[in-house]
Design a protein around this ligand. Structure first.
Ligand SMILES: Cc1cc2nc3c(=O)[nH]c(=O)nc-3n(C[C@H](O)[C@H](O)[C@H](O)COP(=O)(O)OP(=O)(O)OC[C@H]3O[C@@H](n4cnc5c(N)ncnc54)[C@H](O)[C@@H]3O)c2cc1C
Length: 400
């Protein structure tokens, strides 16, 4: 999934959004697969929409724009609510039986072919179609009746496009804690959108019986499942972030920040896993650092594959970028010791704090330096809306 920025822009230029609204729910629909680049901050949603608007009329790009606005909506909720997005936001998730991740889901062994295939695809490629994410999270939270957070963390860790706002808020939307009701789908619905023809599964039922298709009214697991599924049925999901960082450090040794390669008296651009913008201060001679903070990845763990994707995307597209594994304060300490050419400069640099640029984001609130804005499709619509539709109504006023 690594790509050069130029190749990505070519994809944007050749994309036709006309069929997007009517096909996007199908696994073979006209979706773009750009979310790993948009969420990593490599591809600006503003640039995408500018490109589409030069070639297509409003009717053709509108459906696509509305979906892009969902992403922006979630970002605004995150800005407003902060870490509360990790808890039930509007109402408590109803009827939780399992506190951890159901193993049939993490093992890709639910018996629903389209979903099992998608889970193995997620492990191999870090990608999953939006509608399948909804199916898996509804199966997890509303049929297995597992607390949504462990499932959300598991999916997040494996996604190249991992984004706390889009992820945790979508999981909450499906589980009914950030929406008015739980989302459920039966086998017919899954067959229709995933082009499968499976029958006779525990989801092959009328909607009214779906929510008791695994656990009966006494919260006992139905006997027909116990043959196929492990006991206990759920398992704690954990990622060993320390071990992953160790491996990543060894694998990428040549790209790790070498203080002797810092350009003296030049400012620093601080990138992170949400800002890999290759156009940011691109025509200036600056020090460029990809900051991978253990504190952040402890809170929002990702797999080694996903972390390596972030590094590959950064080093492919941002010339001269060096990696720093450590928290922001440690980076500051390290760069304050960067070498200068003369004695006089050394004493000057001791008194002078380096100039640092970074982009506004919920994960950069503890950075110090010069904060710059990120790109928004609707920079005017900043306030909190409890639902997407209120937000979108406001956005529509600014559509050109
Ligand atoms: C349970 C669940 C978890 C999710 N986790 C994430 C996540 O961690 N990171 C993430 O970026 N998206 C997440 N999404 C949203 C969505 O699934 C992905 O953005 C989408 O699959 C991206 O595929 P695409 O690039 O082909 O999108 P397209 O359909 O081509 O859409 C273009 C862009 O619009 C935005 N977009 C489209 N649909 C949505 C949506 N429903 N919500 C938010 N933005 C959207 C994305 O930036 C996407 O790249 C999640 C959705 C669900 C239901």
């Amino acid at each position: 999934m690594n790509i050069t920025y130029n190749a990505l822009i070519e994809q944007v230029k050749s994309y036709h959004p006309g069929k997007y609204p009517i096909t996007r729910n199908y696994t073979n629909g006209a979706v773009t697969n750009w979310s790993p680049y948009i969420s990593r901050g490599l591809l600006s949603p503003v640039i995408v929409m500018e490109q589409l608007k030069t070639k297509f009329n409003k009717q053709e790009w509108m459906g696509f724009m509305q979906q892009m606005a969902w992403r922006e909506y979630f970002q605004r909720v995150w800005q407003e609510k902060g870490n509360l997005i990790l808890q039930d936001l509007k109402s408590t998730q109803s009827k939780v039986i399992l506190e951890s991740l159901p193993r049939p889901i993490s093992e890709g062994n639910t018996g629903i072919q389209a979903l099992d295939k998608a889970i193995h695809h997620l492990y191999a490629y870090g990608m999953m179609h939006n509608h399948v994410r909804m199916y898996i999270s509804m199966l997890h939270s509303n049929i297995f009746k597992a607390a949504w957070l462990p499932g959300a963390k598991w999916m997040y860790a494996n996604l190249l496009d991992h984004d706390p706002a889009a992820n945790f808020l979508s999981w909450q939307w499906v589980a009914g804690s950030f929406s008015s009701k739980q989302y459920i789908a039966n086998q017919d619905n899954i067959n229709k959108y995933t082009n499968t023809k499976q029958r006779g599964t525990f989801l092959d039922r009328e909607y009214e019986y779906l929510q008791t298709s695994i656990f009966d009214h006494l919260d006992t697991i139905q006997s027909n499942h116990s043959v196929n599924w492990p006991d206990p049925i759920d398992q704690k999901f954990e990622v060993d972030t320390m071990a992953i960082f160790k491996k990543i450090q060894q694998k990428n040794q040549s790209k790790i920040l070498d203080i002797n390669h810092v350009m003296p008296n030049k400012a620093f651009c601080i990138y992170n896993s949400f800002n890999l913008d290759p156009l940011w201060h691109a025509d200036e001679e600056l020090n460029r650092i990809l900051l991978l903070e253990p504190n952040h990845f402890d809170q929002f763990p990702v797999t080694e594959k996903v972390l390596q994707f972030i590094i590959d995307l950064a080093t492919t597209n941002i010339p001269g970028i060096q990696i720093f594994i450590g928290n922001f304060e440690e980076l500051i300490k390290a760069i304050q010791t960067y070498p200068t050419s003369t004695k006089e400069e050394t004493s000057q640099s001791e008194n002078k704090k380096p100039v640092l640029y970074f982009k506004e984001h919920p994960t950069t609130q503890h950075y110090q330096g010069i904060q710059e804005a990120r790109d928004w499709l609707f920079p005017e619509v900043t306030c909190y809306f409890p639902s997407f539709f209120g937000y979108w109504k406001k956005c529509e006023r600014y559509l050109k």
